[in-house]
Write a protein that binds this ligand. Structure first.
Ligand SMILES: NC(=O)c1ccc[n+]([C@@H]2O[C@H](COP(=O)([O-])OP(=O)(O)OC[C@H]3O[C@@H](n4cnc5c(N)ncnc54)[C@H](OP(=O)(O)O)[C@@H]3O)[C@@H](O)[C@H]2O)c1
Length: 498
């Protein structure tokens, strides 16, 4: 049995409301309501609370409950529905309904608003809530109020800046919770514990010992009928600007002064500020893109991206991207950080690989025929969570032969409980007022700023010939191999913990 060395038992959130705009939608049904139900089953929610779904659809509490699905059984009696649009009048309707429910259930008017609606409605909803007085904290009988904003937070630097500028007159930064569900994943949170709770790693976590870092998020799925949406996004916006840049920050940031939200986020911001601008063309280009063509994935023939519904035949939207990043600070000078993400790839999963430098050619490594092994640490984030430490080991026998072996730690074997879903952790944190795992305005803008030149360059090319195709079921376009081959390196295959 694993005894915790030190644990912080989360305090129960205060009684109040979770108000979900777009509660009738896909995300609420598949993720948010089931996450709240599991939190309740685990005894992590207060005794009294209400979940109020707000939408334009004409539903009643009963019809909404009947649509919520089996995964939400544990919170059925806490579910309410309020038909309202996203205008200030709509917000007043929500206000009246909250007061009614508060009186019935004896609830304080604490409110966690969750914007699970299309991004162009974020600003009008916040402005309406503000005008109707719903986000003003601790006045007119109200308690605290916080707003969770779904991704995408903008679609480029200008729109992210505009969204921040539009919402900040209505909310203070401490009320805004920009969600990136990768930060709620157990494996991502463990990066910080691994780095900062195990002192043996800190002295080797730098350019002195690390040769390169690779962060891969690969999917075997295609666009799954969401071609219309994907045409407005592409993998750079959908995966890299948010999830992979966040993982890069957590992997490379300095130890924070404390675990407070601002101390942690300040360190992430310093990493983003130290990123060297990407070279976009020529022999030393840092960026590669590609789009999947027809191919075979998991024994099935699949169509190419341009044959997907709602995708134009001439689309140049990237379904794969790879970047070579550099952080120009003392810790990471000269260490490339390679990011790649794609759809319809040969493997599925997210992994971070820390590749250490080759050992000096002395002692065992100087023996004839011995190739000094490179040590590696691989963090598996999904689908299974685990950590692999690769070492050179003597093969049993009379002669010295060194082979690569792995110390393999799999979460599911080491711990009795399944890891909580990312949305459980993030909903609970926001409800408790802990913004550590949420993205601050400057982080969102700096990440967009770094990628903006790539977005602009890729958006100015058009026509079929401008984007390399890769067959579905492979590791992306050839140029992605070239990006590392030029540096005398190669991508580390996807390795799953056993
Ligand atoms: N689904 C996912 O897996 C996923 C993953 C990551 C992020 N997100 C983000 O989460 C948010 C919600 O996603 P979703 O998939 O649940 O969206 P959705 O099903 O398309 O929409 C959610 C709700 O928003 C309302 N709505 C839809 N279109 C609207 C419009 N044009 N104007 C005003 N209201 C509209 C609808 O409620 P009423 O008609 O009742 O008002 C709908 O039920 C989005 O910002 C999305 O980008 C979703």
């Amino acid at each position: 049995m694993n005894e915790p060395i030190e644990s912080t038992i989360p305090s129960l959130p205060e009684a109040g409301f979770v108000v979900i705009f777009g509660g009738s939608g896909d995300l609420a049904k598949r993720k948010l309501l089931p996450a709240l139900a599991r939190l309740r089953t685990e005894g992590l929610l207060p005794k009294e609370f209400a979940i109020l779904s707000v939408g334009r659809s004409p539903l009643t509490d009963e019809t909404f409950r009947s649509r919520a699905g089996r995964a939400s059984q544990a919170i059925l009696e806490n579910l309410h529905y309020c038909q309202a649009d996203y205008t200030p009048e709509g917000a007043r309707v929500v206000d009246a309904r909250m007061k009614e429910i508060a009186a019935e259930r004896g609830l304080p008017l604490n409110a966690l608003f969750y914007l699970s609606v299309p991004p162009d409605t974020f600003q009008p909803i916040i402005a309406s809530l503000s005008e109707a007085g719903l986000v003003k904290e601790h006045c007119n009988g109200r308690g605290w109020s916080r707003v969770i904003i779904e991704k995408p937070f903008g679609r480029d630097l200008a729109s992210a800046r505009k969204l921040n500028a539009d919402i900040l007159p209505h909310l203070t930064e401490h009320q805004i919770y920009r969600i990136d569900h990768y930060l709620g994943k157990e494996g991502v949170q463990n990066l910080l514990v691994f780095r900062f709770a195990n002192p043996i790693f800190e002295p080797i976590w730098s350019a002195r010992h690390i040769d390169n870092i690779q962060i891969t998020a690969a999917e075997t799925l295609g666009v799954e009928g969401r071609g219309g949406y994907y045409e407005t996004a592409g993998v750079l916006r959908d995966m890299i600007q948010n999830h992979l840049m966040q993982v890069l920050c957590l992997t490379c940031m300095e130890p924070p002064a404390s675990l407070s939200p601002d101390d942690v986020r300040n360190e992430k911001v310093k990493v983003l500020k130290a990123l060297r601008p990407l070279v976009l063309s020529g022999e030393d280009s840092d960026v590669v893109r590609g789009q999947y063509g027809p191919g075979r994935v998991e024994e099935q023939e699949v169509p190419g991206y341009r044959d997907e519904p709602d995708v134009p035949e001439t689309s140049t939207t990237e379904t794969f991207a790879a970047l070579r990043c550099h952080i120009d600070n003392f810790r990471w000078a000269g260490v490339p950080i390679y990011l790649r993400s794609g759809k319809r790839m040969g493997h599925k999963g997210t992994q971070i690989t820390i590749n250490f430098k080759e050992g000096a050619k002395i002692l065992f490594n100087a023996l004839p025929g011995v190739v000094p092994p490179r040590n590696r640490i691989i963090f598996h984030i999904q689908p299974e969570e685990g950590i692999l430490l690769e070492l050179g080991t003597k093969r049993p026998g009379q002669s010295i032969r060194i082979e690569r072996t792995a110390m393999d730690f799999a979460y599911r074997e080491a711990f009795e409980h399944d890891s909580p879903e990312a949305y459980e952790r993030l909903l609970l944190d926001a409800w408790r007022g802990d913004a550590t795992l949420f993205v601050r305005s400057d982080e969102a803008e700096l990440s967009w700023k770094y990628l903006q030149p790539v977005i602009e360059k890729w958006s100015t090319t058009s026509g079929k010939s401008k984007i390399p195709l890769y067959p579905a079921g492979t590791d992306g376009p050839e140029a992605a191999e070239g990006l590392l081959a030029r540096d005398g390196r190669e991508w580390v295959d996807f390795v799953q913990s056993t």
